[in-house]
Design a protein around this ligand. Structure first.
Ligand SMILES: Nc1nc2c(ncn2[C@@H]2O[C@H](COP(=O)(O)OP(=O)(O)OP(=O)(O)O)[C@@H](O)[C@H]2O)c(=O)[nH]1
Ligand SMILES: [Mg+2]
Length: 272
C-alpha cells in the first residue's frame, strides 16, 4: 500500500479489516496535555530518536490546530526537521470536529492498519486533559502526559483521571520559571496513588535539557504503569458510546426527549 492508498484507507475506517494487533511489545504512545505545553515539540524529539534507531514512525495528530495556543502544526515542523527520514515518517491529522463520537474505536482500527502496513511505532497526539482525551489516549499502549509550569493544567488532568493513567509525566518548559515546583507537586500527588508512581521528568523541548532522559525513560517503559482496569474502563465506555450513537433508534430517542414524547427512562428503553 503506498502513502496515498494508506491515507485513503485510514479515512475509511469502516472498511479496515486488519488483524487486531498484539499489545506487546508496545508500539503506540499516546501524548496528551493542555494546549501549548509543548507536546508537538517533544513528539518531534521522540520521532527523531526512533527514526535513528530504525523505526518507522506514524503520527496521528488529533485536531492539532488548537486555536488557543497557536502552536505550530506538527506536520509543518516534521517536514522541516525530519526531511532526511521522509520515507520512514507518516503524518496524519484527524479533525475531531466532524466525528460523531466514536473516535477511540476508529483509532484502534487505524492503529491496526498501520501496524499491518509495517509501521513500528505510532504516536497519537491529542490536546487537552478532559474526558474525551482520556478516551483517546486509552487506545495507546503507553501514555505520556505533558505538563508545563502553569499549575492550572495539572489540576485539570488530575480531575479527569489522566494523571492516574499516565505511564510517564514530562514537565516541559523547565527553562521557564515554575516548572520545578509543578514537578514536585505532581510527584507528591502521584506518591499518594496506588502502585508504582509514574516517573516525572523535567525537560525543555526548546533548550534540549532533560530530553534525552525523557527519551530513555520512555524507552525503558516495559510495563504499563497506569492501572489496566482504568484503561480498560475507558475503552469499554468508548465502545459502548459508539454503539449507542449508531443505534437505529438514537435520533428518535433524542427527538422524543426534546418534544416530551418520551421520558429519559423510555428513551433508554428504546436503545436497548
Ligand atoms: N520556553 C519554552 N517554550 C517551548 C518549549 N517547548 C515548546 N515551547 C513553545 O511552546 C509553543 C507550543 O509548542 P507546541 O509543541 O506546538 O505545543 P503543543 O502542546 O503541541 O500545542 P497544541 O498542539 O496547539 O496544543 C511553541 O511556541 C514552542 O516553541 C520549552 O521547552 N520551553
Ligand atoms: Mg501540538
Amino acid at each position: 500500500m503506498n502513502r496515498r492508498e494508506l491515507a485513503r484507507a485510514l479515512s475509511d475506517t469502516e472498511s479496515i479489516s486488519a488483524p487486531e494487533r498484539a499489545r506487546e511489545p508496545w508500539c503506540v504512545l499516546g501524548v496528551t496535555g493542555a494546549p501549548g505545553v509543548g507536546k508537538s515539540c517533544l513528539v518531534d524529539h521522540i520521532v527523531q530518536k526512533w527514526l535513528e534507531s530504525g523505526e518507522k514512525v506514524a503520527i496521528l495528530a488529533i485536531d492539532p490546530s488548537s486555536p488557543v495556543s497557536g502552536g505550530a502544526l506538527l506536520g509543518d515542523r516534521m517536514r522541516m526537521s525530519s526531511v532526511d527520514f521522509g520515507e520512514d515518517v507518516f503524518f496524519r491529522s484527524i479533525a475531531t470536529r466532524n466525528l460523531p463520537g466514536g473516535l477511540p474505536s476508529r483509532l484502534d482500527k487505524m492503529v491496526d492498519l498501520l501496524v499491518e502496513q509495517g509501521w513500528t511505532k505510532i504516536i497519537i497526539e491529542t490536546v487537552g486533559a478532559g474526558q474525551s482525551e482520556i478516551r483517546i489516549v486509552a487506545v495507546a499502549d503507553r501514555i505520556l502526559l505533558v505538563e508545563g509550569p502553569a499549575r492550572g493544567d495539572v489540576i485539570q488532568a488530575e480531575k479527569a483521571g489522566i494523571l492516574e493513567l499516565a505511564d510517564i509525566v514530562a514537565v516541559n518548559k523547565c527553562d521557564l520559571e515554575g516548572a520545578e515546583r509543578v514537578a514536585d507537586e505532581i510527584q507528591l500527588s502521584l506518591n499518594f496513588s496506588e502502585g508504582d508512581a509514574a516517573p516525572v521528568v523535567l525537560c525543555s523541548a526548546e533548550t534540549g535539557e532533560g530530553v534525552s532522559e525523557l527519551l530513555s525513560t520512555i524507552e525503558d517503559l516495559t510495563a504499563a504503569r497506569g492501572p489496566a482496569i482504568a484503561r480498560a474502563r475507558e475503552r469499554l465506555l468508548a465502545a459502548h458510546q459508539e454503539l449507542l450513537l449508531s443505534h437505529p433508534n438514537f435520533s428518535d430517542a433524542l427527538k422524543g426527549l426534546c418534544d416530551g414524547r418520551y421520558t429519559i427512562e423510555e428513551a433508554i428503553d428504546l436503545l436497548k
